[in-house]
Design a protein around this ligand. Structure first.
Ligand code: FJE
Ligand code: FE
Length: 380
């Protein structure tokens, strides 16, 4: 009886409740003690018992009204991997450890290359790097600006066209044009020298992500993986479209081989839709908002607008809500951290200063992968 009363007091928060409840409960205690002492049944004790029963019933009824059902009933819902607005019965967060936004960075425009403009998020001083990611630029370039002949060593560049076309040429004769929706996944490895220039008229837009390579992969043979827009795996579930550049989402998977394990998904969410996307635990993850505004991580969070990069905290998945009246487009990128020292000098990213020195020497003298560098220049 005493434990029941204590529980009722706790549930109802009676520690600081009106005196009327406190005195009623005190009376309950007194009455039971009193009842045990006297064995004879009088009409007074019968009245007291009736009163006691009434008070218990009242408190029980009150507890069902005041305490939310989620406290009284254990959650029995299965984990939902992806759902949408139509799935109105699903709980707020289907993840054991939902990822929250821990940092928000606005990518402001800055000059880069030759007359080009980029909105840099990862790589700017507020967000030096996010292992294994070194840089994220949203570029916006019109002719004759661009990124003429320059080298890379020790990492990968992933160029994803949002609008327009870019032509690339490298010192080994590799050449091509990527258009809206196409991806070029370039593993620079021991060395690439190339030019990246706008191909069409007007503004050419895209995202370029730099992914670090582990020490064992830094000087591998360079490699390209190119995907045309039509060949990018896509899925659409309840108002959410995913274009999977690396990894998998909504049942679609990318054929891209990621030497540094990476997931990269371009999501477009219709107004009113929501998404619950698993993200491997232990990986560093971020969101970059391309268009519209969305609520990320927590249902009650303030909406985030375009050109913001959101760093996600630890956890097993990300929830997103589009409560606006227009489409929300963002990329979700996650990667397994390398946990190695990073020494960067412009387009060379190695593990030590000695290796950087070596890279600059190799580029200058045309050695160890940069053999073709001295005789080559792009036609751009
Ligand atoms: C580079 C300066 C540069 N962001 N986004 C120095 F401009 C570049 C470079 C780019 C780049 C290219 C494209 Cl297509 C898109 C970019 C920087 O090429 F690599 C160094 N080191
Ligand atoms: Fe480049």
């Amino acid at each position: 009886m005493t434990t029941t009363m204590m529980r009722l007091r706790q549930h109802l928060g009676l520690a600081s409740s009106p005196a009327i409840y406190t005195s009623a409960i005190a009376r309950l205690g007194n009455n039971t003690a009193h009842h045990r002492r006297r064995t004879s049944t009088t009409s007074t004790t019968q009245k007291q018992l009736l009163f006691l029963l009434l008070v218990i019933l009242l408190l029980l009824a009150l507890s069902f009204v005041l305490i939310p059902s989620s406290v009284l009933l254990p959650p029995a819902r299965p984990r939902i991997m992806s759902s949408s607005a139509s799935d109105s019965a699903s709980p707020a967060a289907p993840f054991e450890k939902p990822r929250a936004v821990v940092k928000k960075v606005l990518a402001e425009s800055q000059p880069e290359g030759q007359g080009a403009t980029v909105r840099r998020s990862i790589g700017r001083h507020e967000l030096r790097s996010l292992d294994p990611f070194l840089l994220l630029d949203e570029f916006s370039v019109s002719k004759p600006a661009g990124f003429p002949d320059h080298p890379h060593r020790g990492f990968e560049t992933v160029t994803y066209m949002l609008e327009g076309a870019f032509t690339h040429q490298d010192f080994a004769g590799h050449k091509g044009t990527i258009k809206t929706g196409d991806v070029q996944w370039m593993t620079a490895g021991r060395g690439i020298v190339h030019s990246e220039m706008p191909a069409g008229d007007g503004v050419q837009k895209g995202l370029q992500l730099w992914i670090n390579l582990s020490s064992k992969d830094k000087v591998i043979e360079p490699r390209y993986q190119e995907l045309e827009s039509k060949d990018i795996s896509r899925a659409e579930v309840d108002g959410v479209e995913a274009r999977v550049i690396a990894g998998e989402a909504l049942g679609a998977a990318s054929p891209v081989y990621t030497r540094t394990p990476t997931m990269y998904v371009d999501f477009t969410m219709r107004p009113g839709s929501r998404l619950h996307q698993p993200v491997p635990e232990g990986w560093n993850a971020f969101v970059y908002v391309v268009e519209g505004d969305g609520v990320f991580g927590r249902e009650k969070a303030a909406p985030t607008t375009a050109h913001h990069c959101l760093v996600l905290g630890p956890g097993d998945g990300l929830s997103v809500w589009n409560r606006s009246d227009r489409s929300l487009r963002f990329v979700l990128v996650a990667g397994k951290p390398l946990g190695e020292p990073v020494v960067q000098h412009g387009p060379f990213v190695m593990n030590s200063r000695a290796e950087i020195q070596q890279a600059m020497e190799d580029y200058y003298y045309g050695k160890n992968g940069f053999e073709r560098a001295s005789q080559w220049s792009s036609s751009a």
